[in-house]
Design a protein around this ligand. Sequence first.
Ligand SMILES: [Zn+2]
Ligand SMILES: [Zn+2]
Ligand SMILES: [Zn+2]
Length: 231
Amino acid sequence: MHNYPLFQEVTADCECCKIPCQMWFTSVSDQVICKGCVGHLGDSPVRCAQRNRQHAGLYRSELLICQEDRQSDLRKHEAEMQRLKDRHAQKVEQLERELAAQRVELGDLRAVIRNGELNPAVEQWFADEEVRDALDKRNRAYRSRDFVFAALWGVARVHRPDEQNDGFCTCGRKESKCQVLQAIEPELRALDDWEDKQIERLRDDLDHGLPWNHPEVLRLGGGHLRHRRLS
Ligand SMILES: [Zn+2]
Ligand SMILES: [Zn+2]
Ligand SMILES: [Zn+2]
């Protein structure tokens, strides 16, 4: 007698070899015995010997199957572990690269702030359009300022308070009579400051806004007017 449901496939432990296998019962009095064991049932010494032999073979093959399954699980597990390790290593490497790049950017940025000069790596960084636009605007502002001062400088060559002749403009008129001097006089201090700074830049071989006929430009032979200003 058994309690398995009838007329359907069930997994039952064979009462002879104890190994679970698929069985099909049509009656509660059916023996719960697997196909492999049907041939070696009985109590005779011959049957007992046959049963032991066949069970030994059966258990060994079951064991091999289990071992194989375990080996394959192990290999799958190892492969998965390796995949995770690789991905982790890649991620770490990527983060290190990003960090290094950011350090370079930061270092370059510090250098820019310190020296007021750009190195090629930072130029690359500045290729970012927004920053580029801002730089262009600033450079244009510097340029137009330079043009204004250069023009003013040309005028101030002729009209300045005459140091040799108190109360007179260098053009020969009385200061009070020279309309040009009166017009530019409030800007002369700013012009002098600008000129000093440009001369300093010229001597440091930096871009400057001095006109080509400025005595210092002529003296240093740097008759070229450079427009690209970066600091
Ligand atoms: Zn069996
Ligand atoms: Zn058996
Ligand atoms: Zn004058």
